[in-house]
Design a protein around this ligand. Structure first.
Ligand SMILES: NC(=O)c1ccc[n+]([C@@H]2O[C@H](COP(=O)([O-])OP(=O)(O)OC[C@H]3O[C@@H](n4cnc5c(N)ncnc54)[C@H](O)[C@@H]3O)[C@@H](O)[C@H]2O)c1
Length: 316
């Protein structure tokens, strides 16, 4: 087997995706590509690591050729909240970066390209409950706009050049391993951390804000299951994946089942408008039918698992 490359490997999803891929395929055939953030020693020791800027096409292309890469999990991106602070950078990384990756995949006839799209593609005017896989896409953020354009570009490369581009529209991802940075659903992980450390938490969205969320092991599972699905079974290239939906208040309640003293108040900031433009739940029947998508965690199990892991990590 040739090698797998993960871009954005030091990010929230990349960090755990690299470990899951190494566990499955062996550590030497998974190359982790970081950007500026210095990884931990433990991460560097876990297998091959290199720095790459996806905006530097030559550097990226050399990395693909020199390492005999045939599959890319492209996780390098600028997320929603940072994207609204710096829309130009968001456009550059999410569009020009993806274009470089698609071009390299086309020229070198790579086997597969997996990307993570987002619920940010939908935007206002789209049904917010059980949002269909195939619907009108009207995002209002630069992040959402780049994700829609990225989906269209990837699908174009599939149809025109046969690049095997596949993507999942991930909801908010919750993880106890790597802290999120710059997303609109970051409050969920921040809330768990504050509760475990015995701190009060001020949530930046309203208590009744409901968003679809997913525990990291299921997010990794969705990316790897889609990558392995038989191409002949796929009618879509892009898939909604749903796991659970809850309000910020319900998350605080589930934490209080284990940490009854936890106090949370709510002070919405500019991220409330982003959250209000996103779906509350997703129709993921296409993913379930075409590649047997099925999540494994619900809110109670996720809260138990997250608090147990964070206690080991944060409380010395
Ligand atoms: N985390 C979530 O809740 C969530 C939800 C939906 C979709 N997604 C998608 O999943 C993917 C991974 O997200 P994440 O949460 O790990 O994001 P992250 O911000 O934690 O990681 C992204 C990584 O991309 C890297 N990067 C930025 N510019 C780069 C460049 N020019 N060249 C190379 N690398 C660069 C950053 O250094 C960072 O480590 C993204 O496509 C994101 O849109 C994430």
């Amino acid at each position: 087997m040739n090698a797998i490359l993960v871009t954005g490997a030091v990010g929230q999803i990349g960090t755990e995706l690299v470990q899951a891929l190494r566990k499955k395929y062996g550590k030497d055939c998974v190359i982790a590509a970081g950007h500026r953030t210095k990884p931990t020693k433990e991460f560097i020791d876990s297998g091959p690591f290199q720095f790459v800027n996806v905006l530097d096409r030559d550097q990226f292309e050399k990395m693909i050729v020199n390492n005999d890469i045939d599959t890319i999990y492209h996780m390098a991106s600028i997320l929603s909240a940072v994207g609204e602070m710096n829309p130009q950078l968001c456009y550059e990384v999410n569009m020009s970066g993806l274009f470089n990756v698609l071009e390299v995949a086309r020229i070198h006839k790579l086997e597969r390209l997996i990307t993570a799209s987002s619920i940010a593609v939908f935007g206002s005017g789209v049904p917010r409950d059980n949002t269909p896989n195939d619907t009108i896409l009207l995002p209002t953020t630069m992040y959402g706009i780049t994700k829609v354009a990225g989906e269209l570009l990837g699908t174009y490369y599939f149809r025109k050049f046969g690049v095997d581009y596949r993507s999942v529209r991930l909801p908010g991802i919750i993880s106890s391993e790597t802290m999120p940075a710059g997303g609109t659903t970051d409050y969920s992980v921040e809330m768990y951390c504050a509760a475990v450390e015995g701190r009060r938490y001020t949530c930046f969205v309203r208590e009744d804000t409901v968003l679809p969320m997913m525990y990291m092991p299921d997010a990794i599972k969705s990316l790897m299951d889609l990558a392995e699905a038989a191409g002949s079974q796929l009618k879509h290239r892009i898939f909604n994946v749903h796991s659970m939906s809850f309000s910020a208040g319900e998350l605080a309640d589930s934490i209080r089942e284990i940490i009854p003293t936890f106090v949370c108040d709510y002070k919405p900031d500019y991220r409330q408008a982003i959250a209000d433009s996103w779906p509350r739940s997703l129709d993921d029947s296409a993913a379930r039918e075409e590649w047997n998508w099925e999540p494994t965690f619900d809110l109670t199990r996720m809260t138990e698992d997250t608090i147990e892991k964070l206690r080991r990590k944060l409380v010395k």
